[in-house]
Write a protein that binds this ligand. Sequence first.
Ligand code: OAD
Length: 239
Amino acid sequence: MSGIDRAREILAAADRVSVLTGAGISAESGIPTFRGAGGLWRNFRPEELATPEAFARDPELVWEWYVWRRGRIGEAQPNAGHRAIAELERRAPVFTLITQNVDGLHDRAGSRNIRKVHGDIWISRCSRCAYQRRDTATVFTGVPVCPECSAPLRPGVVWFGESLPRAVWDDAERAVHGSQVLLIAGTSAQVYPAAGLIDLARSAGSSTIEVNLDGTAYSGAVTVSLRGLCGELLPQIVA
Ligand code: OAD
């Protein structure tokens, strides 16, 4: 049996499905990944753009970068990989999508039960109080200020050195622990704690299916490892 057939069979037989996605699923929509060829971290230094210290030092630079990314994302459309995951949700009685992506393309493809463990680039939130709002600005006009407490607003994403949003992470762990299968798509699985969900699935005895252009540290450990494009393989294994 081919890997694709095996993955299809595992997914078709499961009532409780979780999916973990990363930047690779949005690559075919034209949004750059972080690592590997053309990855953002090849051209930008995370410590200058994606840490609380960077924001404290130079909020203009950090905002400029996030607004530039919003512009790229705003021009992009969900692809066949996003749509296949939305289709999987419609079929599985119990389904949770856990994404490390902040781009919102899963929502636009029709996914509903999503846990965004690294936040949402379309949210701006106060760096001091609990204020937050949806923010679709894609042109940088200066650092936005909180209407309630006048502190600078910040992008609603998780930066290096920060904790993941507690309730979102708890839901993600609970979903993976309670699923019969974890489908892992387009993530290098190098960033923790998100990548630890793969270990959690394995230790809970769940099947694990990986879809990635390249091998990862988990390729030898998962039940089925498929090499190729999310936009090609995901529709095949959901069909
Ligand atoms: P990475 O850029 O680390 O990994 C993207 C993965 O997708 C790689 O393993 C590629 O081989 C694979 N890939 C690329 N294009 C693909 C395609 N069309 N089909 C299938 N696979 C493809 O992205 P993430 O794993 O999401 O965090 O990175 C995790 C976190 O690191 C991000 O959420 C971000 C980043 O720093 C924060 O900013 C907190």
